[in-house]
Ligand binder design. Structure first.
Ligand code: NAD
Length: 366
C-alpha cells in the first residue's frame, strides 16, 4: 500500500522528531515549558540501557527550536558513549534550556527545570554544562533529587578531567613510541582554563616541556610563570612542533583547515567534539597522527561526578580515572586490527559494549 503522509508529517513537526529519534536510537524527548518564568526546554534521553541517563543542562540563546533539538539529540547520544566507554553505570541524556543566560530569571527557570526533571522519575539525572552553574543546580534541587554538580558537594571536576586527559596522552605516547613516559616530551596545550591549567600543572610535574596559548593573556602568563611554558599566539598553537597537541579550548578545531598544519604525533585533549566532521578522523590517520578520541580522553569529569550521583568512593573514582589509559590503548588496538581511524573504532567498540550489556528493567537508579 502506498504510504499517505499526514499533512503535518514534515521536518520540524512531531513526526519529524520521531524519525530523528529512531534514526539515532533515542528513547525519549520531552518538551517542557513554564510560561510564567519563560522556561522552555528540551530534555533528550538517548539511552537508559545500562543506567539512568546522565547529562548536564545547557543554557543557550538558540536561534531556533530546531537548533536546540539538534543539540539535545547530538549531545545526549554522545553522553551514552562517553558513559559506556568510561565504565560508569549511566546512560546518556542532555537538557537544553532555550534562553539567554544573561537575562533569564534563573531561580524561576531552574525551579521549572527541576519539575521537568522530576517528572522523569529518575530516568534522567542532570548537572551543569555550558551556560549553567552549580548555583543554578541548587534551584533544580529544590524540585528534584535527580541532580548533581551542586556547590555543596564534590566541587570542580576539572582536575579529574585533566588527570584523565593526562592518562590518554600517556596511552597515546605508549602507542606511538612504546613508552608512556612524559619526561622530556613536548606538549602543546590550546586553552588554559579550568582543565588546561590543571593539565599544564600535571604535565609539568611529570617532567614535560610545555608550549601553550590562551586568548586570555592573564591565564597564559600564569602558566608561563608557574610551569615555565613557552607562550605562543592562539592562531598558531596547533602548528607548534611538539610530541602532543592537546586541544582544551573549544570543539571542531580539527578540520581540513588545521590538520595539514599539525606538527605533532599525537592529538589528545579535553575539548568536546574536536573533529569538525567524521571524515577528519581519517584525515588524522592519513597523516599518521594518533588521535585519542575526545569522549574517551575527557571522561574524567563524568567519572568524578559518580562520587555524588552513584555513591562511589574516592578510591573507585581514582581507579576508574586511571583506567582511561587502558581504554585508550584498547581503542588504538581495535583501530589497528580493523583498519579504521581511532575515532571510528572508539564508537564501534563502545556500541558493541552497549549492545552486549543487559538492559535495565526501568532505567531507574539502582
Ligand atoms: P574553560 O572555559 O574554563 O577554558 C577554556 C579556555 O580556552 C579559556 O581560558 C579560554 O580563554 C581559552 N580559549 C578560548 N578560545 C581560545 C583560542 N582560540 N585559543 C586558545 N585558547 C582559547 O573550559 P574548560 O572547563 O577548561 O573546558 C575546556 C574544554 O574541555 C571545553 O571544550 C569543555 O567542553 C571540555 N570539557 C571540560 C570538562 C571539565 O571538567 N571542565 C569535562 C569534559 C570536557
Amino acid at each position: 500500500m502506498a504510504s499517505t503522509a499526514h499533512p503535518d508529517a514534515q521536518e520540524g513537526t512531531a513526526s519529524g522528531v520521531l524519525a530523528r529519534m529512531s534514526a539515532r536510537g533515542h528513547e525519549q524527548v520531552v518538551f517542557a515549558s513554564d510560561p510564567a518564568s519563560g522556561y522552555r526546554a528540551i530534555v533528550a534521553i538517548h539511552s537508559t540501557r545500562i543506567g539512568p541517563a546522565l547529562g548536564g543542562t545547557r543554557m543557550w540563546a538558540y536561534a531556533t527550536e530546531e537548533a536546540a533539538l539538534t543539540d539535545a539529540l547530538r549531545l545526549s547520544e554522545g553522553m551514552t558513549y562517553k558513559a559506556a566507554a568510561a565504565g560508569v553505570p549511566f546512560g546518556g541524556g542532555k537538557s537544553v534550556v532555550i534562553a539567554d543566560p544573561k537575562t533569564a530569571d534563573r531561580p524561576a527557570v531552574f525551579r521549572a527545570h527541576g519539575r521537568a526533571v522530576e517528572g522523569l522519575g529518575g530516568r534522567y539525572i542532570t548537572s551543569v554544562d555550558i551556560g549553567t552553574s552549580p548555583d543554578d543546580m541548587r534551584y533544580v534541587r529544590e524540585e528534584t533529587t535527580h541532580v548533581g554538580g551542586l556547590p555543596t558537594t564534590v566541587g570542580d571536576p576539572s582536575p579529574a578531567t585533566a588527570r584523565g586527559v593526562q592518562r590518554a596522552i600517556e596511552a597515546s605516547l605508549h602507542h606511538v613510541r612504546g613508552s608512556a613516559d612524559l619526561a622530556g616530551r613536548t606538549i602543546a596545550i590550546q586553552g588554559l582554563g579550568h582543565v588546561g591549567y590543571h593539565l599544564a600543572r600535571m604535565l609539568h610535574d611529570a617532567g614535560a616541556r610545555l608550549i601553550a596559548s590562551d586568548t586570555n593573556d592573564e591565564r597564559a602568563a600564569r602558566v608561563a610563570k608557574e610551569f615555565g611554558a613557552q607562550i605562543v599566539a592562539p592562531e598558531s598553537i596547533h602548528t607548534a612542533k611538539a610530541d602532543v597537541f592537546a586541544p582544551c579550548a573549544f570543539g571542531a578545531g580539527l578540520s581540513p583547515a588545521t590538520i595539514p598544519a599539525l606538527r605533532c604525533e599525537v592529538v589528545a585533549g579535553a575539548a568536546n567534539n574536536q573533529l569538525l566532521s567524521d571524515a577528519d578522523g581519517a584525515l588524522l590517520e592519513k597523516r599518521s597522527i594518533a588521535y585519542a578520541p575526545d569522549f574517551i580522553a575527557n571522561a574524567g569529569g563524568l567519572i568524578y561526578l559518580c562520587q555524588e550521583v552513584a555513591g562511589w568512593t574516592a578510591e573507585r573514582v581514582a581507579r576508574t580515572l586511571e583506567g582511561i589509559f587502558d581504554t585508550t590503548v584498547a581503542v588504538f588496538d581495535a583501530a589497528s586490527k580493523r583498519g579504521i581511524p581511532s575515532s571510528e573504532a572508539a564508537v564501534q567498540i563502545t556500541r558493541e559494549r552497549l549492545n552486549a550489556a543487559p538492559r535495565l528493567a526501568t532505567g531507574r537508579p539502582r
